[in-house]
Design a protein around this ligand. Structure first.
Ligand SMILES: [Zn+2]
Length: 483
């Protein structure tokens, strides 16, 4: 609208000027180089206008010709860049689709066409890695690590390679570098932590956990648990180095960080006992018994009353049980030490108490074995004892320390699984996927006395790699007619 108004004003002005010139033609006389021109002002203006237009056209053509090489160059660069980015995109698509050959082809193309090493190097490295050419990949990662803008990506790539190759020292060094460059990256701090614990750098690992909790990469409770496990290990190392007071200190801190953490309580109690503080040692066990009664705590309690008779030991176990007196483990603990003390009535009373609360047709293997022992000890009834042992063979097996990652069963709890080296994966539970072989031959095995170690049956524990920590105890698989 405004343009139209301006145009009208312009037309009006030109018309006005033309009218003024037409009304006042005037006279112009030029004399130059022997030529003489007489004309009106209107003609002069028209000639000046035409000359200006011609000059403008000439200049335009001249500029066009002069800039032609530049324009051709730019067009060529644009074309290369367009094709380069297309190759880069197609390479990324190939990576996502898992087509290594196509990814490498596109990476080479992008490398030739584009002058942007960070992007093309990353694609080339990934393509090389995908096609199994680790050497080429590490070359790209190294190159990337030398540039400021791609340093982190390069180190991260080299770190993943070192982890895959199992080169822990190199991996640890790279993880530290990556973590320094980008301290708030979750997966690097995770990798760093794992490498630190696997290489035994427990103090540094504790610091990594603290940082991860602070940066909110790690849940506070998980952080506490990890620190408790680390402190447990530091305590064990201090003890083996003869630094008993440090060992006790670490164990106490682990025990305070996570209430109900049985290995830390056991360790603290044993160290207190070693330091001559028997009452304190017992109170640590009694305290955890309230929330987490565990068979290994009974062993510690019995150690605390070593040197005294079986009946006195039984009294101290009874006292421990009184802190959680209706729990199955409390009854079992008393029954076990009553059997040792040959206090048959008490043993029977507590085993029957569990039978009343227990679920399922067959009581747990431990209970069956205790019953077998009781029948033989109290009534000298070998037949009844044998029946109980048969039941023990098909009962749910005793809980043990099981790795939730590789299903390895370990006698003692350790911070790292001694099979797969996973951190804090040992759980107290029924071994997963227990398959009994049909060769359970109770008739031929020696049943003279039932012992804590088992009833002489052959048990084959199959590791089930698919088991994860969340699934808990697995159902028992029994072959048909296996019992
Ligand atoms: Zn394991």
């Amino acid at each position: 609208m405004i343009r139209a108004v301006w145009f009208l004003i312009l037309v009006a002005l030109i018309s006005l000027a033309a009218a003024v010139v037409a009304d006042n033609p005037g006279a112009v006389s030029l004399e130059w180089l022997g030529y003489k021109v007489d004309t009106s002002i209107g003609v002069l203006l028209a000639v000046v206008f035409l000359i200006s237009v011609c000059l403008a056209i000439v200049f335009r053509v001249w500029f066009y010709i002069r800039n032609a090489p530049k324009r051709v160059g730019k067009a060529r660069r644009d074309w290369r860049r367009e094709r380069g980015y297309k190759a880069l995109t197609q390479g990324m698509v190939a990576i996502a689709a898992g087509d290594a050959q196509e990814a490498r082809r596109q990476a080479r193309k992008a490398e030739n066409l584009l002058a942007e090493p960070p992007l093309t190097m990353l694609l080339s490295a990934q393509a090389a890695q995908m096609s199994g050419d680790d050497k080429a990949a590490s070359k790209f990662f190294e190159k990337m690590s030398e540039r400021k803008d791609t340093k982190y990506l390069g180190i991260h790539g080299m770190l993943n390679q070192a982890i895959q190759e199992g080169d822990k020292d190199v991996a640890l060094d790279l993880a530290e570098q990556a973590n320094d460059l980008n301290p708030k990256t979750d997966n690097v701090s995770k990798a760093l932590f794992e490498l630190q614990v696997q290489s035994g750098n427990w103090e540094e690992a504790e610091e990594t956990v603290r940082k991860a909790v602070k940066d909110k990469h790690l849940d506070t409770d998980i952080g506490r648990r990890r620190r408790a496990v680390i402190l447990y290990q530091r305590s064990a190392e201090a003890e083996s180095n003869g630094k008993l007071s440090d060992a006790l200190n670490f164990a106490k801190r682990a025990n305070n960080l996570v209430p109900g953490f049985v290995p830390a309580a056991v360790r603290t109690s044993r160290l207190l006992q070693g330091a001559g503080k028997r009452r304190k040692a017992a109170s640590v066990i009694e305290e955890i018994w309230v929330t987490n009664p565990h068979p290994q705590l009974v062993d510690v309690m019995e150690e605390l009353s070593s040197g005294v008779g079986a009946q006195e030991k039984m009294r101290s176990v009874e006292k421990l049980a009184s802190y959680n007196k209706d729990h199955e483990e409390s009854h079992l603990a008393i029954a076990k030490s009553a059997l040792v003390a040959e206090m048959w009535t008490e043993a029977r009373q507590h085993l029957e108490a569990i039978a009343q609360t227990g679920s399922g047709d067959v009581p747990a293997a431990r209970i069956c074995r205790y019953m077998a022992e009781l029948e033989e000890g109290e009534n000298h009834d070998v037949e009844a004892s044998r029946e109980w042992l048969k039941k023990a063979a098909v009962a749910e097996p005793d809980s043990a320390w099981n790795c939730s990652h590789c299903s390895q069963v370990m006698a003692e709890w350790e911070p790292l699984c001694n099979h797969c080296e996973s951190f804090d994966t040992l759980e107290w539970r029924t071994p997963p996927r227990v398959t009994r072989l049909a060769s359970v031959d109770l008739e031929t095995s020696n049943q003279g006395s039932a012992s804590e170690e088992g009833a002489g049956e052959t048990i084959d524990i199959e590791a089930n790699s698919e088991t994860n920590s969340e699934t808990g105890p697995q159902p028992i698989e029994r072959p048909d007619g296996g019992s």
